[in-house]
Design a protein around this ligand. Structure first.
Ligand SMILES: NC(=O)c1ccc[n+]([C@@H]2O[C@H](COP(=O)([O-])OP(=O)(O)OC[C@H]3O[C@@H](n4cnc5c(N)ncnc54)[C@H](O)[C@@H]3O)[C@@H](O)[C@H]2O)c1
Ligand SMILES: O=c1ccn([C@@H]2O[C@H](COP(=O)(O)OP(=O)(O)O[C@H]3O[C@H](CO)[C@@H](O)[C@H](O)[C@H]3O)[C@@H](O)[C@H]2O)c(=O)[nH]1
Length: 437
């Protein structure tokens, strides 16, 4: 079976390389010429553990190649995965699905042989039936083209493992023929016991929106509790551990801190609320606005605590920042709380030095006026305050005594509640967490 992947960003590049790893011949379609040239040369244009080796191996073997031509993909493949972006249109608005529409418009007229088109992008509910109708309209007479909705649940930082061994597969609107082809594509995961759920378009689209809404809600829930903990001197980490022992709740996604960011959770909950509004059921999900607000408050809260730790004014103070990516093991800074906080302190007059093991370059593109350090010690040097904002393992391995030797004032604000508070305090540091004693 031959596969095409349309849109080779975080999702598509990973999917394409993983499909090649599974033994399929794959063509990736990417319209961004710089990205495409890099991919064609075997270079992943972003940081994702394990992906670089996989991509390079399969580009070198010829099993994976890249093009800008949807026609080439249409002529080559039996299954086409649509992995293009669905960014937020603008503040307060829903998802921009023009890339998804564009992908169908470019592919469909060239489908001269039976093909299954598989939507993986995250879309507002109701998009798939519209695309299916457009596909039927544009595909030449005789071409037997079907659309399946197969939302993707991979996490950045674990993208390869999540693609090769997903915890579930959801297929919306699959005919028996499309199901058979996709069972072949996902044979390895299915043999490993991955559950396959067959449903309609709307349910498949909604599973994705609901999953991200639930994850965002869980994080904002614990962050709201963290605010209460702070007022009464309770410890949110102990509290989350205790909650997590209840199997009905679970410990995952109960890490209080500076809140969620990235290219998915923030935009997806906003798009969901917006779509619910269009459908006349906004009230049903309006709590997600509060989830979003709680999340935004975290960032502002950190700026306020940092200001208090700097005696009421950040102006002219040196602040060392560890972390810029929205999460560790990624160089993605889309809607990154770490970079937002660093940026705010800078805009208020602080001399901010940021270090991130992988996201320095992407951060500098988005926020060029910040100063970027070459390593964590460089970022901490002469600091009046140190902020731990993205929980890379490398930061937790640093010796607080050695870091203490380079700063001006030994005070640290741990936005991820993950440093060893006892060890840092024993080294003479004033340590603040978020909702932690
Ligand atoms: N990033 C993730 O971890 C992740 C996980 C699950 C789902 N998703 C969803 O997957 C989709 C893609 O997300 P992403 O983070 O990879 O976005 P991205 O912006 O990194 O990648 C999208 C890519 O599609 C390309 N593209 C756009 N139109 C095209 C066309 N007509 N032909 C070929 N290429 C085209 C763009 O140039 C870009 O490289 C979104 O809907 C997102 O919500 C993302
Ligand atoms: O307890 C927690 C867990 C996560 N986060 C933050 O939440 C954000 C998102 O983290 P995560 O969900 O791990 O990363 P993503 O790669 O954005 O993955 C989410 O978004 C993807 C795109 O839709 C989905 O495919 C995934 O299933 C979903 O987890 C990051 O800023 C994390 O720092 C917390 O603050 N506390």
């Amino acid at each position: 079976m031959r596969i095409s992947v349309i849109g080779c960003g975080y999702l598509g590049a990973t999917h394409a390389a993983c499909m090649a790893e599974l033994g399929f011949e794959v063509v990736g379609v990417e319209i961004d010429p710089v990205k495409r040239a890099g991919l064609a040369a075997g270079k992943v244009p972003f940081f994702e553990p394990g992906l670089q080796d996989l991509l390079a191996e399969h580009v070198a073997s010829g099993r994976l190649r890249f093009t800008d031509s949807a026609q080439e993909a249409a002529e080559f493949a039996d299954v086409h995965f649509v992995c293009v972006g669905t960014p937020q249109v603008a503040e307060g608005l829903g998802a921009d699905v023009s890339q998804v529409d564009g992908a169908i418009e470019l592919l469909a007229p060239h489908l001269t042989r039976p093909a299954v088109v598989v939507g993986k992008s995250t879309v507002p509910v109701g998009t798939a039936p519209r695309l299916a109708a457009r596909l039927a309209e544009l595909a030449p007479a005789g071409a037997d083209a079907e659309l399946v909705w197969n939302p993707e649940f991979l996490r950045e930082g674990f993208a390869v493992a999540d693609t090769l061994r997903p915890d579930r597969l959801v297929l919306g609107g699959a005919t028996p023929h499309a199901e058979e082809l996709l069972r072949e594509v996902y044979a390895a995961a299915l043999a490993d016991g991955t559950p396959l759920l067959l449903t309609d378009y709307a349910t498949a689209e909604l599973v994705k929106s609901a999953a991200n809404a639930f994850l965002a809600t869980k994080i904002s829930f614990i962050n709201a509790i963290a605010e209460v903990c702070e007022v009464v001197g309770a410890d949110v980490v102990d509290l989350a551990d205790a909650l997590g022992h209840d199997d009905r709740i679970g410990r995952k996604f109960l890490n209080a801190g500076i809140g969620f960011g990235g290219g998915c959770l923030p935009k997806d909950i906003r798009a969901f609320v917006h779509r619910a509004g269009e459908l006349g059921v906004e009230d049903a999900v309006s709590f997600l606005r509060q989830v979003d607000d709680i999340n935004q408050r975290r960032r502002e809260h950190v700026v306020a605590i940092a200001t208090a730790m700097l005696d009421g004014s950040v102006s002219g103070k040196r602040v060392g920042v560890w972390g810029a990516a929205f999460k560790p093991d990624s160089d993605d800074v889309r809607d990154s709380p770490a970079l937002w906080i660093a940026g705010q302190l800078h805009l208020r007059g602080a001399d901010v030095r940021v270090y991130d093991p992988e996201a320095g370059k992407t951060a500098a593109l988005m926020f060029p006026t910040l100063t970027y350090a070459a390593n964590p010690i460089d970022a901490a040097t002469d600091a009046d305050l140190l902020l731990h904002l993205t929980e890379w393992k490398e930061f937790r391995a640093l010796d607080p005594v050695a870091v203490g030797d380079v700063v001006t004032r030994k005070q640290v604000l741990d936005g991820r509640n993950l440093l060893d508070f006892d060890a840092w305090r024993a080294a003479g540091w004033t340590v603040r967490g978020l909702g932690r004693r």
